[in-house]
Design a protein around this ligand. Structure first.
Ligand code: SF4
Ligand code: SF4
Ligand code: SF4
Length: 149
């Protein structure tokens, strides 16, 4: 499940009722399995009923989110974008990542949205690749906001 599949079906009003500052942060936590659809109050109103049903269908298909092994401590992150720029997946897939505040597309693992880094697509992350296990994002983050477990 890609974070944008979730995000585009959320109310996208950044009301904060789920405990996250933005709907993008909610989407990122949701794909990790740390939040549930019921945590978004507006989504459970009649106005967003169609969106909720679609998200439930997506969830049924993909099943329970796996243990991610990449944790983001949102409160520590200052949105500097160093991890996004340094991540080899960003560098390979998106020229915008080299320019400063992050990529312009979503073919990346990490992305800065509204001043915080969010997990976009964990499947692309190379943290578990044998001897070359990547830890670059952790190493470049001066705020200890990313942990690989
Ligand atoms: S409660 Fe829902 S609409 Fe409000 S910020 Fe969270 S995800 Fe967005
Ligand atoms: S996780 Fe660290 S390196 Fe990445 S944007 Fe946040 S503070 Fe910067
Ligand atoms: S571990 Fe490596 S590939 Fe994964 S998000 Fe961090 S820098 Fe990118």
């Amino acid at each position: 499940m890609h974070v944008m599949d979730v995000y585009k079906r959320l109310p996208r009003i950044n009301c904060g009722q789920c405990g996250k500052k933005t709907c993008m942060a909610f989407a990122s936590e949701f794909i990790k399995g740390d939040l549930k659809l019921s945590d978004c109050t507006p989504l459970n109103t009649e106005e967003y009923e169609e969106n909720r049903k679609r998200l439930e269908q997506i969830l049924e298909k993909t099943g329970k989110a796996e243990e991610t092994g990449l944790l983001i401590y949102e409160d520590l992150c200052n949105g500097c974008g160093n991890c996004v720029i340094a991540c080899p997946v960003s560098a390979m897939n998106d020229e915008g990542a080299a320019g400063g505040k992050g990529p312009t597309e979503d073919d990346v693992v990490l992305k800065v949205v509204d001043g915080r880094v969010v997990l976009v697509d964990l499947e692309k992350c190379r943290r578990a690749e044998g001897d070359t296990r990547c830890r670059v994002c952790v190493q470049v983050c001066g705020k200890d906001a990313i942990k690989l477990v």
